[in-house]
Design a binder for this molecule. Sequence first.
Ligand code: KIV
Length: 282
Amino acid sequence: MSYLGENASNNGNEKPMRPRMSTARIRKMKSEGTKISMLTSYDYTLASLVDEAGIDIILVGDSAANVVCGYSTTLPITLDQMIFLGSAVRRACQHSLTVIDMPFGTYQVNDDEAVKNAIRVLQETGADAVKLEGGELIAPAIRRMVKAGVPVMGHLGLTPQSVNQFGGYSLRAKEEAEAQQLIRDAKLLEQAGCFSLVLEKIPATLAKQVTDSISIPTIGIGAGNGTDGQVLVLHDMLGLNKGFKPKFLRHFAQLAGTVENAVSDYINAVKDGSFPSADEQY
Ligand code: KIV
């Protein structure tokens, strides 16, 4: 399936022109059976590369709290910080749909505040949509956001903002009661107007069951191959995060070693006086 829009022309260039991705197109990809690719990004330079490579969705995840800021949970990152990162990423996105995580505490207090904060994210970053963690409890806030014109991606299963409730990051919904609640939540989020749904770290059979029971696309992380798309944290899949190798993660590159070798070569070249060379000065 090509991603060329009806009126797109590539003017004889080898690479087909890519129109900007939309939430409507993401929804359609499910009915067409086209898998959805999503990765996180947190800065302009890497987001430009990810966008140019052809990703469908760039998520400015609140995993920035871990990856960018070094916190052990996603809880400390603020709305202002997400807006700062989100606007940098949005400037890089020529084609991909840009989705920004609403951080902890910005949509749970009451629905008015939730809608106001979601509108602020879209207004101040230019992003296409927001993502929120949770089911039944936040469905009314999501309904109001969607009515106000804010596209929303849901997030169920392992929801890292609830780490203190779960007591860790282990597999969710192994037991029947939690699995049934997750299926109910997925249907509620669909009814509330979510255009898609992230399923994190749940059994593959349950993720497939959820995917088959709703009309909006599911995007899995640690949820098997039966979802409509996949998402990974960019720094993890690039192998930049040396100590992190959960079962669901594939390293598509080993950049930690590449960066360390480059930095060590630079240090040696500075120390032995071989950098800069005659050709590298004015
Ligand atoms: O914050 C994040 O990076 C996420 C993805 C793991 C889905 O929510």
